[in-house]
Design a binder for this molecule. Sequence first.
Ligand code: GLP
Length: 243
Amino acid sequence: ILEDASVVADWAARFVLQRITQFAPGPGRHFVLGLPTGGTPLGMYRRLIDFHKEGRLSFKYVTTFNMDEYVGLPRDHPESYHYYMWNEFFKHVDIEPGNAHVLDGNAPDLVAECRRFEDLIAAAGGVHLFIGGIGPDGHIAFNEPGSSLVSRTRVKTLAYDTLEANKRFFGNDISKVPRQALTVGVGTVMDAKEVMILITGVHKSLALAKAVEEGVNHMWTVSAFQQHAQALFVCDEDATLEL
Ligand code: GLP
């Protein structure tokens, strides 16, 4: 538990720096990172870009997998997660474009696209560190309430609460929010060696309480990480209101 969102961002970025540095990536030895989008991780991305500019961190031998993507938004739509990742992070660091994997929400065969993504993660040797955020309804990636806790990457229809929470990015017009997304499964994230979840703001406080103080429950999918060997929740004080 840290003071506020900016301290969370700084702490999370330093954690990533430390993990990548400790691993000492190099040719044929990539650090594999799972990445989220949303407002919460933006501060962390900015700090990571700073570390890169200061010469303290290279992404040359880092492979990334993003958690999710909307179905049917053009890649260059400012709210697509593809656009977000390139704009907010990838274009500012030295990652090889071919190593930055974001699900393609416009693939002609979405099921095949999800399978391809899982195969790519497996071919990379699995994820070393998966970073996530959560929705106010306790979803991790787009694993909406009721998702199987052993789910894999798949197409998911978004819950009304998620459309409500995300309409702020679509001119506050809920009808503009895509109804479906591709998302890694809870099982996909559970397979990572280490998981770090960032939670800030009072609007996430019920979800945080459900995540860590009640039983594992598929209606609050982030609660699955109680059973992960190395999962870490990094929160600000506001998010702890219900603890
Ligand atoms: C979306 C994403 C999640 C993200 C959540 C929270 O629903 N699919 O991966 O964690 O938003 O976003 P924010 O950080 O903007 O609250």
